[in-house]
Design a protein around this ligand. Structure first.
Ligand SMILES: NC(=O)c1ccc[n+]([C@@H]2O[C@H](COP(=O)([O-])OP(=O)(O)OC[C@H]3O[C@@H](n4cnc5c(N)ncnc54)[C@H](OP(=O)(O)O)[C@@H]3O)[C@@H](O)[C@H]2O)c1
Length: 326
């Protein structure tokens, strides 16, 4: 697969978001299916694997990744994140989110950071994390302090590159002044524009952007008509029964455009993202090998400038109903 640069870190144009592989995210899933999907993704070239200590119970997602990369560690860029307090402890700060549960909690205190990394290394069964992100900025801790502790991990050889997730341009600039940041991971997709100030700052500083939920939690594939049990999207206003139906109606022109181009809506959503900037990469998630193959083929799709303008026009009119996480 073609590659992209995130700072000094080279990754495939499309990676793999492993969150989908833990139970309670998109419904139930067993570890056999999860490992099969992850191996299919890596075999097909999605060797940038994104996880977090917060995905699944008790480090479940990291441990799954750790098992899947056994024997092929050198082929894989392992990215993980720290700081979300799940279950919420008193020793954490709350920040508001647009999902039904209203808030998440985070602890980015410097004294915690080494312990987080050591736990993730154990879960991943590896001796180094390639890309280590602060999952959300802690509203009670200056980001420079969190990043200062992360920089010590690089010095100790436990981490190769630093990343930040869910940050503003200002937070990126402050952090980058402490230690070079390779990547920012924020939500970005056809139904969630990136903050233009953040994009400008990333370009100026040579920081790559990793687009999370690049398929809009599956919505942009055009295949989500209802949700099953145990699916976290029940908390997401855009997926309420009423909003989902109306959003699907509004999104029809993009689905039609994909059909006219002879590609799938998922491929159009991913190819469109890769055309936004040469330093953007996306980490779609899937439990289904056929979907994974379909998605990764998007790295080879070239969209004509006229097509890109038409998509931008259409997206300007497509106003999704319902709030986003952040
Ligand atoms: N930093 C953060 O705060 C943050 C937050 C959220 C997510 N993330 C990262 O972003 C990654 C991806 O996000 P995500 O899982 O929320 O959403 P996503 O990749 O936008 O969408 C995943 C959903 O799309 C479906 N799907 C994928 N390809 C498909 C295809 N070709 N046709 C039909 N359905 C398809 C999957 O179902 P199937 O399994 O049936 O294919 C799954 O339900 C996560 O794994 C995580 O690494 C980061």
């Amino acid at each position: 697969m073609k590659t992209r640069e995130l700072g000094n870190l080279q990754v495939p144009a499309l990676g793999f978001g492993a969150m989908v592989l833990s139970p309670g995210v998109y419904g139930e899933i067993d570890d056999v299916r999860a490992e099969t999907a992850l191996k299919a993704a890596m075999d097909a070239g999605a060797t940038h694997v994104d996880t977090s200590d917060a995905y699944g119970p008790d480090g479940h997602n990291e441990r799954l990744v750790g098992r899947a990369i056994k024997g092929r560690r050198d082929e894989v860029v392992v990215a993980t994140k720290f700081g979300l307090a799940i279950p919420a402890g008193e020793d954490s700060r709350s920040f508001p989110v647009g999902y039904e549960f209203g808030e998440l909690r985070v602890n980015g205190e410097p004294r915690m950071v080494r312990g987080y990394a050591e736990r993730s290394l154990r879960n991943l069964d590896t001796d180094v994390i390639d890309l280590y992100y602060a999952h959300y900025p802690d509203p009670g801790v200056p980001i420079e302090e969190t990043v200062g502790a992360m920089a010590e991990l690089v010095g100790a050889g436990l981490v190769r590159h630093l990343g930040l997730s869910n940050v503003t341009a200002e937070q990126l600039r402050s952090a980058h002044a402490v230690h070079p940041i390779a990547a920012v991971q924020n939500e970005w997709s056809m139904w969630r524009p990136v903050d233009p100030d953040l994009l400008a700052a990333a370009r100026e500083l040579g920081v790559g952007i990793v687009a999370w939920s690049p398929l809009g939690n599956g919505f942009l594939t055009g295949t989500v008509r209802s949700l099953g049990a145990g699916d976290f999207r029940h908390h997401a206003p855009r997926f309420s029964a009423e909003n989902l139906a109306r959003n699907n109606d509004r999104y029809a022109p993009i689905r039609d455009l994909a059909t006219a181009l002879g590609i799938t809506p998922a491929q159009l959503a991913l190819a469109w993202l890769l055309h936004q900037d040469e330093h953007v990469t996306a980490i779609p998630g899937s439990r289904t090998p056929a979907h994974i193959e379909e998605n990764l083929a998007a790295a080879d799709i070239t969209l004509h400038p006229d097509t890109l303008s038409r998509i931008d026009d259409t997206l300007t009119r497509f106003q999704a109903l319902g709030g986003t996480l952040l």
